[in-house]
Each structure stands twice: as C-alpha cells, then as structure tokens.
Ligand binder design. Structure first.
Ligand SMILES: [Zn+2]
Length: 245
C-alpha cells in the first residue's frame, strides 16, 4: 500500500482507475464519515482513495506537519490505496472556476467509478462549499478541448457521507454494516490525536465515546453492531433484493 501525498493532479503517475474516491474538506472528515465503509471495501479488494481538499490547519492543537503525520497514520489504519491533498486553503474553501478545474483534474487522472462528497447540509462553510464544488467538478471532468490533464471522464455516481456540524436527525438513503470494520475506523480517527484527544475532556462521554454511540445507533437500525449512513440524490439500482439485509 502506498500513500501518495501530492499537490498537483498533473504530477500524478497514471494508475488503474479507483473504485471509489472520497473527497474531504479536511483530513479526518473521510474517516469520521465513512472510515468503516472505506475499510470494508478495501478488504473486499476495492481500490479506494481519499482526496483532502485542504490541510485542515490551523487548529488549536494541530500544526501542518503534525496533521500530515496523523493523516499518514490514519491512511495506514484504513489501508488506503491512494491519498492526496489538493492544497486548497482551509477556512477559505470556495467553489470557483479554478477550484472546480482542479478537482475535475483529479477525477480525470484518478478515474473513480464513484465519488463520495460531504452531505449537502452543514454549518461549516468549507463543507457546504466542498459539496457544491465536487458536484460541479464531476460534471466538469467530462469536458473535451480543455487544458485539464487526462482524458474526459465522468464518475458514474456521487454519493454523500455524513460528517456534519449540525445536530440533524438525518434520514439516510442506506446504512452500511461496518461491524467488522469498526476497529479500523476507530484506529483511523484516533490517529488524529491533535483533533480528538489533545486538550479534550477525558470525562465520559468523550468524543470517541460519542462516535461509537452514533455508529452503534446506526447499527441498531439495521440490526447489526455498527453502521454508517449515506445519502443519494439519484435512485439506486439493486442487482437483486437479496442484497438487502
Ligand atoms: Zn471538516
């Protein structure tokens, strides 16, 4: 497993297409929202990448170098196929023509079958901007006669994971059973000590306790130990009703 940290899609070596690319405003959003599903699909042999749009810094207890080493540890915990950082500015993430072309360029080079974006409703402006930007970049990636690297490419689907800063009672489109991959998800989140441990209250329930409670509640709804919710705007096709738990 090789984790590639790069700033420019044009510098990427050509590889086989990814099955899934999770796009995250900040390093840790992918882990929080869908670390269990990422670990599950990788264990099934899928090629899964994470593209962080910004470094996520500054934060009260983090630094650029610390966050980067934490991101590497989290990537190892999930056994990611690929991880990159688009180098956009934290707290100033905007959907512009330039950022749309940049993210579309990653799609053209990495050729993910499916793209995962943050859920569209959030209090954090970076997250709302990221969702808008990813949806537009998905369309932009298929354009011909452009300066963007790679060939025109259109990810087949965009789905949404929940890593939100609102106390919403969300109604997901589906829930993935991550019971066998909770430990990998937890390890990937614990890798970000500067975000979830340093300076945080150790009194129960801690943030990590809360995350476990949340995963447990999603699991309860599907009669499994742990679950992770997702949303889709377009209807899903099932190969058979047998795949429903
Ligand atoms: Zn975030």
């Amino acid at each position: 497993m090789t984790v590639v940290l790069t700033e420019s899609p044009a510098d990427l070596e050509p590889t086989d297409p990814l099955d899934m690319l999770v796009v995250a405003p900040h390093p840790d959003d992918a882990e929080l929202g869908m670390g269990g599903t990422i670990a599950k699909m990788i264990s099934s042999g899928w090629r899964v990448g994470v593209l962080d749009l910004t470094t996520g810094e500054p934060t009260p207890h983090g630094s650029e170098s610390l966050r980067r080493s934490e991101t590497n540890r989290a990537s190892e915990a999930l056994k990611l196929t690929w991880r990159g950082n688009a180098g956009l500015e934290n707290r100033r993430l905007l959907h512009t023509l330039e950022t749309r072309e940049l993210v579309a360029s990653y799609f053209r080079v990495l050729r993910p079958k499916w793209v995962f974006a943050p859920y569209w409703q959030d209090a954090h402006p970076d997250h709302v901007a990221a969702t808008d930007l990813i949806e537009a970049a998905r369309f932009w990636a298929k354009l011909s006669k452009t300066e963007m690297p790679g060939d025109p490419f259109h990810p087949e689907r965009v789905f949404y994971y929940y890593c939100i800063h609102l106390r919403l009672a969300v109604q997901p489109s589906w829930i993935v059973d991550i019971s066998d991959h909770w430990d990998a998800k937890l390890a990937s989140i614990e890798a970000y000590q500067s975000q979830f441990v340093t300076g945080r209250s150790t009194q129960s329930p801690t943030i990590l306790d809360r995350l476990r409670d949340e995963a447990s509640n999603w699991g309860r709804l599907i009669n499994r130990r742990y679950g992770e919710p997702f949303a889709t705007k377009e209807p899903l096709a099932l190969t058979s009703l047998e795949c429903i738990l």
